[in-house]
Write a protein that binds this ligand. Structure first.
Ligand code: KG4
Ligand code: ZN
Length: 338
């Protein structure tokens, strides 16, 4: 790293169904291009093989657009950061292979990034002055975690889901209601018009700071089966109240655990991350908790909540500052320790 020169990091994300590339300059995002793969909608979930093929098609134009929008040329890059884990292995390999080839051709460092740690650090994109340590509730389609973030390169998982993730709970409920994939955002929309206290569902009794959502899903399933016997059009008649009640239940589980984590650690600096943090009920609930308990909160803008490469670039930037990089033998991993 030459002192005084700006640091340009290219970030590449390909862990699931979004091909994304981003450039940051000294920790400031200059571009964040995201190509969403629409093809999975018709299958009701992400089809891994199709995701890999779509990443292969998108990766070159997406990276080119990110470079162009940032107004730079490839030789100006200081390092390349890419999502190394966790995710769909075929999808990860596309980004990893591309990042390695480009780093080799430009003779610049390569930085492997943990997707979930990048979600946590998405909070530094718009708030570089974020105080440490902070607690982050990371809620996505595959993960639900409470993370203690001590520094950009030092994090600890305090609690996580023992079965389904919060996003899965939203998506699986949406499927029961006949809504298309991914159903989370649709439940959120209907919930805006409904009464969240109309119907109640069983809430899990899980020890410590861990979560469980499979029981909630079963409780919703039994509730719907019972009501549909009485009224075959129950879902159509009550879609807003059902969605609002489901949302209320999931959000309450998340926020109660966050409250417990704050009380146990004494940390009042709280952040959100991951796709489910786009949820309006969760954002509103967190704001209310902040007022009640004197929390200092931060939530990323929606474009940085769902999968994006800006969070990979920003994580790469902080790792670069800390001198953390990988050699060219690095490979992708579907699962990875923290
Ligand atoms: O972080 P993300 O984009 O991808 C993963 O790494 O999983 O999260 C996607 C998840 C999906 O389950 C989607 O339904 C959920 O985030 N999601 C939402 C909302 N927007 C996205 N869930 C509830 N309300 C939303 N507004
Ligand atoms: Zn994600």
């Amino acid at each position: 790293m030459k002192s005084g020169e700006p640091i340009y990091i290219l970030g590449i994300e390909s862990s699931c169904d979004e091909t994304s590339a981003s450039v940051c300059k000294d920790g400031k995002i200059l571009s964040n291009i995201i190509a969403t793969q629409e093809i999975h909608t018709q299958y009701g979930g992400v089809v891994p093989e199709l995701a890999s093929r779509a990443h292969m098609q998108h990766i070159v134009p997406v990276v080119q657009q990110a470079i162009d929008k940032a107004g730079i040329q490839l030789p100006m890059l200081s390092a390349i950061a890419f999502t190394q884990s966790p995710g769909l292995i075929g999808a990860l390999l596309v980004g990893t292979g591309f990042a390695k080839s480009l780093a080799l051709s430009l003779n610049i460092p390569l930085i492997g990034v943990h997707h979930m740690q990048a979600h946590v650090l998405s909070n530094l994109i718009e708030q570089p002055t974020q105080e440490f340590p902070f607690l982050c509730l990371t809620v996505s389609g595959g993960h639900t975690q409470i993370v203690l973030c001590k520094s950009p390169t030092d994090m600890e998982i305090l609690g996580e889901t023992l079965d389904d993730a919060a996003g899965e709970a939203f998506d699986k409920t949406a499927k029961l209601l006949g809504l298309p994939y991914p159903g989370g955002p649709l439940i959120d929309e209907y919930a805006q018009l409904g009464d969240g206290k109309r119907f109640a569902f069983a809430e899990p009794k899980i020890e410590q700071l861990n979560f469980s959502f499979s029981g909630v899903k079963t409780s919703i399933l039994y509730f719907l089966q019972k009501e549909l016997k009485k009224d075959p059009d129950f879902i159509q008649h009550h879609i807003n109240d059902i969605c609002a009640s489901v949302q209320h239940c999931i959000v309450n589980i998340l926020l109660q655990k966050l409250k417990k984590a704050s009380l146990e650690t004494g940390i009042k600096s709280i952040c959100l991350a991951g796709g489910v943090s786009a949820n309006k009920g969760l954002r509103k609930g967190l704001k209310e908790m902040a007022t009640t308990y004197g929390w200092n909160i931060h939530m990323p803008s929606l474009e940085y909540c769902t999968d994006n490469a800006a969070m990979i670039a920003i994580t790469g930037y902080y790792k670069h500052l800390a001198g953390i990089e990988n050699d060219l033998s690095v490979t992708a991993s579907a699962r990875a320790s923290w």
